[in-house]
Each structure stands twice: as structure tokens, then as C-alpha cells.
Design a protein around this ligand. Structure first.
Ligand code: ADP
Ligand code: MG
Length: 705
């Protein structure tokens, strides 16, 4: 019997040893990350085709792929704008199916002589004359039925992700060869036998070997629907192991992180002074989260903490107090926000709170140039800048801190893990790194947070400051837009302010800016007595800032804006928000936008305008918005509706690279993943490393930790 070490050797065998793989093919495969036998074992089909049966033409259903056999009744070539070949086939079931080709050679036309028998596979869609299949795969059969026809497949056909320069048939052959070398059941498993039996086999999951074989060659009678949906037990088995690999990798990053040291920050009198000087009392949740941060900072190990808090829950002040813990030790803190608008607001708030206590707050953003930039850089490097607030300009070359002890990043989703680390690195020297505090207003369901942020501790500000009245949300068809004019008038007549948010599916700044511009003009005509202003992403930063300041000061009553106001804008007197094309926005974004109202003590409302007809998904999203103001509930719904990719902004979090797992679909596996992760880390760290290696590969990931 093969040992698991032997299995490792086989797994690592280069593909060049397979027959049919020369230097050229090997290179093409390597370009797609396939260089060993194991890579091919895990190169899984992205789809399956069922050619095990024939469907009568009459029984075809639009959108359902099927295999059909029939006789050519007519073939017609035409040039309507572009060349086209249409072939009608019948199968005696009193129905006709049209095959339509846009790219074809003249031999192909000749192939389809009347009376020719063909076997076709594809997805029928409604056409001009009944169902048609565009560009089906097909083969021409012999003259008479049955005699010599190729047999139907006896299993589902796997369709692999295409690889440039390696045809599907070749790839299938190579994978077939690789699978012949698949080690036996025990040798292939990396999990310890007791864990395997207890957590997986007893729970009905197949072994890894069986799972791989099932997915590459689904046996007859396999559940095609489950396979296509990614919920087949074989897929879940692999998803589980992949999630485990990612989980372990994050855990390892965390352990690597904890090998670093960080300054002990206890702060002094000014921490209390700040708290006393605030115009409000902290909520219980703010107090609890601040206490968690303070405990972390009192340790000589770097903090890595994510603070989740719904819009308006008051994260900024917690950040200010954390910064004070560092500043009051004579060290530096930095706060980075994703947009200039947001960074500027933070600057204003933090200056208001900290400068009276003698703290020097310095501003650094992209638009700070020339002498001002030099001065800022000098203060940052010299250490007189105690708190530095800015945008990603903080991470640029040339920015050197004298003694950065705490790096605070707001709105994590807009930055990637790498950017977070880049800011941290600004304060690293030797094994010493700054503490990190990450703040996000997009609540992440617990299960997901565990998977995506296993390298962070998570705190939640799960309570809003007192005296806020929940926002009333109304969903209206765009036809009822005229009614809104009255609504805006009356809100403003009461001394309140309003937002009108323009969005478009085509999110190019320019198009949205134009739409906002014309909405602005229309509203200015319709409500001439109001002071209306416009802010969008194409405006100069200075202009934007002036407009926002005027709105904040109450000089502007109605602000027509693009989603630039999504994050962080804080004008408590605004009590009405209208969002156009709300059906096109995701839940998280709608929630963020809506969070701009309901910040004062007056009852606020949010009107979601949509263009009919609504898709099922959009209808559910808007209903969710109407039903709840709770960001955590919304996040859970978002996860159900859209899956986690969007929710986490996976692009940036670096957890996107799942081959098979899907955090939304497979969320139920996460508790098992956690348990197995726990067991492996404590009893067999070497196996943990091999699991990570198998799925994620290489040291690249840890290198950045
Ligand atoms: P977010 O969590 O969305 O970043 P902010 O930090 O911008 O929220 O806070 C929203 C508003 O609530 C700000 O005007 C802030 O000054 C105010 N605020 C914060 N904490 C409290 C509190 N405990 N009581 C009253 N108002 C508070
Ligand atoms: Mg904020």
C-alpha cells in the first residue's frame, strides 16, 4: 500500500512525463497553473453535459440543454447583415428544431443535405419559428437509424475550463492519465484518520479520492442538478477541504503576526480628558469595544482588530480614543480612509476632539502637493505630527513615520488586505510592527467573518447612539416621481434637508455625472425656491468640499449627488433621501446610502425609486430595505441573495480565489471547518501546512503576512 509520503511524490510529478505532453503543451498548462499531477487532479469540470439520452424535439424545453437526433428537413443560407446558416431538423415527433450558425464553412453547408441524420447537443431557446439552438455541437450520423451510430455516453460528460493551446479532447485525455495515478484512498487523505472518520465519513461525505473521481467522471445516475448547482456531496467534500485550507492559512498568518512585537500603549490622562470633553456619553457598545482595544494595546503584541459597526454607530470616536492611547505615549497614530471626502470628515471630527487637548493633527491626501506636502512629510518623519489623517496617499513612497504605533483603516472593504499591510509596514522596524485597527460599516455575518477574517479579532458596535429614530423606507415606482417634489418641499419648509441620489448601472463617472447634472437642472426648475446643489465624482475636490460644507452648514437644502456620498457623510439635519434606480444597487450599498439620514432626532425617510419591471431579486432586495434598518440582518439577506463575493468585496479581501467553495452556498460547512482547523492546529501543524499547500500552494500567501 502506498504511504502518504509516496502519494506526495506522485502528486508532485511534473506533467511533462505524461504521454502527449511535450514542452509546448507543458508550457501552456503551466501558464494556467497546471504543472503537476495533483494540479490536474484538482482541475475540476466547470460544467457537465448529459448526453446519456436523447430528447424528442417535442419534449425540448427552452433553456434546458438536451441531446436530440433528427433528420435534416431543410438548410438555408442567408445574409441578413451577416452570413447565417439555418438548418431545420425533425425527428418524427411532429416538431421542428432549428440549428443556427453564424460562423460556418461551406463544407458545413454541404454536410446538411436534406435527409442527413444528425445528433445534436445544445441549449434550445425560443426563435422565430419555435425552438432553436445557436451553434450546437453536432455530429453527422450514417444513413439509416441505429446501424453503426455511435453509442450514447454512459456517463455525464465533464466540461473543463478551457486552456489556451490545449484542446478539450487532449485535456480530457491528460486528466484521464493523471487520474490513473491517483493514490489510494488512505494515502491521498491529509486529514488524520480520527478527524476524517468523525467529521467527514460519519457525516456522509465521500473520501477525497472518491470525490475527485466522481467529479471527473460522474457515474451513471449521478445527480446532475446537484452537480450543476455545486451541492453534490463530492463537491461539498472538496469545498470543505478548500475552506479548511484558507482558514488554516489565515490562522497561520495570524500566528506569524503574533511573533512580532508591538509597542505597549496605555495612554495617560489625556485619554480620560478626551472622554470627558466629548459632547455625548459613549454607548455601552462603544465602551465595550474601546475596552477591547485598550486591552489589546496594552500587550506587547500587535493588535489586529476589526471593528464592525453599523452606519452611524459611532466608530470614529472609538478610533479617536484608540489614537489617543498611542499619542499620549508620545507615539504616532494614522487614520486612512478610502475617499477624500470621508478622510476630510474624519479630519474635521478628529481635529475638533483632539486639538483642544494639544494634539497635532496633520492632513495628507493626494491633492496635498508642493510645499504643503513637504511640510506634512517633514512633520510625519520628524514626529511632531501626532495623528496623521488621510487617504491612500499615506501609503505612498516618501511617507516615512518617525514612530507609527497604531494604524487605523476605515471602511476596510475599499482597501485590500495588501493596502492594510502596506500602511502597517510604514511603521515596521525589525520585528516591531504597529497595531492595526480596521473599521467597517458593512456588517459581515458571523460565519463569514470567521472564514474571511480568521486573521483578525472582531468587535461589534452593535448599538446606535440614543435618540435616533429609525428611517422609514418607502419603495416607489419611478412614475410617481412627481409626488416627491411635494415631499421635498415640505421637508425643506420645516427646515430639514434632503439628498437626491442618482445612480446608473453604467457606473462610469462621466455618465453618472451627466445624469446627476440633468437631474439637478430638472429639480432646479421644478422647485425654484429651494437652494439646490450638485456633487459628483467628476468635480474638483475643492468644489466638492465647498458644496459639502455648504450642505453641512444648512446653506444648501437639497443636495443632488452621486454615490460619492455613500460613505461617511454626516449631516444630522438631513431627514429625507431619495435614491433613483434603487433596484440596481446592492443591499449593502443601499444600506450605506440610507445611513446618511436618520442621524438626528427627527423622523427620517428614504424613498427608493425603481424602474419597473422589477426582477425577483431586486424585488426581494427592496423589500428587505423596507422591512429592516438593521445592518446585520441586511448583511445576512445579502449573503443569501448574492453570495459572499459581492458582500466582502472579494476582489480586495484576497479570499476570492476559491476553486470550488462558495462562502454563501457552503456557509453551513464553516463550523466543521473551524472544528477541524482547531484540531489540526493543535495536534498536527505539519498536516495543516500540507493542506494549505495543496489548495493554496506555496509561501506566497504567508509572505505578505
Ligand atoms: P460611523 O460608525 O458610521 O462612522 P460616526 O462615527 O460618523 O459613525 O458617528 C455618527 C454620528 O454620531 C457622529 O455625528 C458622531 O459624533 C455621533 N456619535 C458618536 N457616538 C455618539 C454617542 N455615543 N452619542 C451620541 N452621538 C454620538
Ligand atoms: Mg464612519
Amino acid at each position: 500500500m502506498m504511504s502518504s509520503r509516496d502519494a506526495d511524490d506522485v502528486a508532485a510529478e511534473p506533467l511533462i512525463r505524461l504521454s502527449g505532453v511535450g514542452a509546448v503543451v507543458a508550457e501552456k498548462l503551466a501558464a494556467r497553473g497546471l504543472s503537476t499531477l495533483q494540479d490536474l487532479w484538482f482541475h475540476l469540470p466547470r460544467q457537465y453535459e448529459d448526453r446519456t439520452a436523447l430528447t424528442p424535439i417535442r419534449a425540448l424545453q427552452s433553456g434546458l440543454p438536451a441531446q436530440v437526433e433528427g433528420t435534416v428537413e431543410a438548410a438555408e443560407r442567408s445574409f441578413r447583415g451577416r452570413p447565417m446558416l439555418r438548418v431545420a431538423i425533425g425527428d418524427g415527433s411532429y416538431s421542428t428544431l432549428v440549428l443556427r450558425f453564424f460562423h460556418f464553412r461551406s463544407q458545413q453547408v454541404a454536410q446538411f443535405a436534406s435527409g442527413t441524420r444528425v445528433r445534436v447537443y445544445g441549449t434550445p431557446r425560443p426563435g422565430q419559428h419555435g425552438l432553436e439552438i445557436v451553434h450546437p455541437s453536432y455530429r453527422i450520423l450514417g444513413g439509416t437509424a441505429d446501424a453503426g451510430d455511435p453509442a450514447l455516453s454512459d456517463r455525464l460528460d465533464p466540461i473543463y475550463p478551457a486552456i489556451e493551446g490545449v484542446g478539450p479532447a487532449v485535456l480530457r485525455k491528460l486528466i484521464g492519465q493523471a487520474l490513473q495515478r491517483l493514490p489510494d484512498e488512505r494515502a491521498l487523505e491529509l486529514l488524520p484518520a480520527d478527524v476524517l472518520v468523525r467529521e467527514l465519513l460519519c457525516a456522509g461525505f465521500p473520501s477525497l479520492r472518491e470525490a475527485l473521481l466522481t467529479l471527473h467522471r460522474p457515474p451513471q445516475g449521478s445527480d446532475l442538478q446537484a452537480l450543476l448547482a455545486g451541492t453534490h456531496p463530492a463537491q461539498r467534500r472538496l469545498a470543505l477541504e478548500e475552506l479548511l485550507a484558507h482558514h488554516l492559512s489565515l490562522r497561520r498568518q495570524r500566528i506569524a503576526m503574533q511573533a512580532h512585537t508591538a509597542p505597549v500603549l496605555r495612554g495617560g490622562k489625556r485619554v480620560l480628558a478626551l472622554r470627558k470633553a466629548l459632547p455625548f456619553a459613549l454607548t455601552k457598545a462603544q465602551q465595550r469595544v474601546f475596552a477591547e482595544i485598550r486591552d489589546d494595546l496594552a500587550k506587547p503584541m500587535p493588535m489586529l482588530r476589526l471593528v464592525q459597526g453599523d452606519v452611524g454607530s459611532g466608530k470614529t470616536v472609538v478610533a479617536a480614543m484608540a489614537a489617543m492611547l498611542a499619542i499620549d505615549e508620545g507615539r504616532q497614530a494614522a487614520l486612512m480612509a478610502p475617499t477624500e471626502l470621508l478622510a476630510e470628515q474624519h479630519l474635521a471630527n478628529l481635529r475638533g476632539w483632539l486639538e483642544p487637548l494639544g494634539v497635532r493633527v496633520v492632513w495628507l491626501a493626494g491633492k496635498v502637493t508642493g510645499k504643503a506636502r513637504e511640510a506634512a512629510l517633514a512633520e510625519i518623519a520628524g514626529g511632531t505630527a501626532q495623528l496623521v489623517v488621510g487617504t491612500h496617499a499615506l501609503m505612498q513612497e516618501g511617507v516615512a513615520f518617525r514612530d507609527l504605533a497604531l494604524a487605523i483603516v476605515d471602511e476596510q472593504h475599499r482597501f485590500g488586505v495588501h493596502q492594510r499591510l502596506a500602511l502597517r509596514d510604514k511603521g515596521s522596524s525589525g520585528t516591531n510592527v504597529p497595531h492595526q485597527l480596521v473599521m467597517t460599516a458593512t456588517p459581515i455575518p458571523r460565519t463569514l467573518a470567521m472564514a474571511a477574517y480568521a486573521d483578525l479579532d472582531v468587535s461589534a458596535i452593535d448599538e446606535l447612539p440614543p435618540g435616533r429614530t429609525p428611517v422609514q423606507t418607502v419603495v416607489l415606482s419611478a412614475e410617481r416621481r412627481p409626488e416627491l417634489i411635494e415631499r421635498i418641499r415640505s421637508a425643506c419648509a420645516e427646515g430639514r434637508q434632503a439628498y437626491w441620489v442618482c445612480t446608473l448601472i453604467d457606473d462610469s463617472d462621466e455618465v453618472v455625472a451627466q445624469a446627476a447634472q440633468s437631474t439637478y437642472e430638472a429639480l432646479t426648475q421644478q422647485i425654484p425656491e429651494l437652494r439646490i446643489a450638485l456633487v459628483h465624482g467628476r468635480m474638483k475636490a475643492g468644489e466638492k468640499q465647498k458644496t459639502m460644507a455648504a450642505f453641512k452648514a444648512g446653506e444648501v437644502q437639497l443636495l443632488v449627488a452621486t454615490t460619492v456620498i455613500e460613505v461617511g457623510v454626516d449631516v444630522p439635519n438631513a431627514s429625507l433621501m431619495i435614491i433613483e434606480n434603487a433596484e440596481r444597487l446592492g443591499l449593502a450599498q443601499l444600506h450605506q446610502l440610507r445611513g446618511r439620514v436618520g442621524r438626528g432626532s427627527t423622523a427620517s425617510s428614504c424613498v427608493l425609486l425603481y424602474q419597473a419591471p422589477l426582477s425577483q431579486m431586486a424585488r426581494q432586495r427592496l423589500a428587505t430595505m423596507r422591512e429592516t434598518n438593521d445592518g446585520f440582518v441586511i448583511a445576512e439577506r445579502d449573503l443569501q441573495l448574492r453570495g459572499p463575493g459581492e458582500l466582502l468585496g472579494t476582489r480586495q479581501t484576497g479570499i476570492a480565489a476559491f476553486r470550488i467553495a462558495d462562502l454563501g452556498r457552503d456557509a453551513a460547512l464553516l463550523p466543521t471547518v473551524q472544528r477541524i482547523g482547531e484540531a489540526l492546529m493543535s495536534s498536527s501543524p505539519d498536516l495543516a501546512e500540507r493542506v494549505t499547500e495543496r489548495w493554496i500552494g506555496g509561501a506566497a500567501r504567508y509572505a505578505s503576512a
